[in-house]
Design a protein around this ligand. Structure first.
Ligand SMILES: Cc1cc2nc3c(=O)[nH]c(=O)nc-3n(C[C@H](O)[C@H](O)[C@H](O)COP(=O)(O)O)c2cc1C
Length: 195
């Protein structure tokens, strides 16, 4: 059994952590790998690990991304040091003999398109959440967004695959001066029940 983390960790991961709109660097390629190498240990159904990333850093790739962005997301995304394009792989089950070798998990999905889509979106969304917490734990800030044209992004960044993008995450060191006021959250008693 593990002990609780120090209270400062709660601040860094949740209580003081914010969704940022303006970022500075540096965030190196090695940092992106370090974030991934933490994120990947979060649990997924049948260890299916369906998330896929494209880290968009170069001016050329950023210009391609620009055409997919909703207007309110353009300026901050173009200015961010790196933007992660996050997708789910509809062919995740092809890797299950390697990732989940103690059962024939591939056969649970082959030919079952609704189950493939459900598993891919559910578990890649979980992994996107782990990604945000991993980035925060390494001292970086995130700006998650779903305001973009995912079909255009797929054509540009996931061509030739069955990966479907669903989220963008701007990454770097956030500028606290550019934050909106913190939105409230539900209280436990409003949305939970212990039965
Ligand atoms: C899946 C997802 C999609 C979001 N899409 C957008 C977006 O398109 N544009 C935007 O400005 N903010 C977007 N946000 C930011 C949310 O509004 C923000 O995370 C939320 O208000 C909580 O802010 P806080 O972390 O500072 O408390 C998105 C966040 C998430 C997690």
């Amino acid at each position: 059994m593990s002990a609780a983390l120090p209270a400062a960790a709660f601040d860094q991961l949740f209580l003081a952590a914010r969704t940022h709109n303006a970022f500075t660097g540096p965030i190196e390629d090695a940092d992106l790998q370090a974030i991934f190498d933490l994120m990947k240990w979060g649990p997924t159904g049948a260890n299916s690990c369906p998330v896929r990333f494209r880290f968009i850093r170069s001016p050329e790739a950023k210009e391609t991304l620009r055409a997919t962005l909703q207007p309110g997301n353009v300026e901050k995304t173009m200015a961010a040091p790196v933007t992660a394009l996050v997708g789910y792989d509809l062919e995740f089950y092809e890797h299950l003999p390697r990732l989940f070798p103690h059962a024939d998990a591939k056969s649970w999905f082959v030919g079952n398109e609704p189950s493939i889509r459900h598993n891919a979106f559910l578990n890649a969304s979980l992994q996107a959440g782990y990604f945000i917490v991993a980035a925060r734990s390494l001292g970086f800030d995130c700006g998650p967004m779903s305001g973009f044209d995912s079909e255009k992004a797929d054509q540009a960044f996931f061509a030739g695959t069955r990966v479907k993008s669903f989220m963008l995450v701007n990454l770097g060191h956030g500028d606290p001066a550019k934050l909106y006021p913190r939105g409230p959250r539900f209280d436990f008693s409003e949305v939970c029940a212990v039965l």
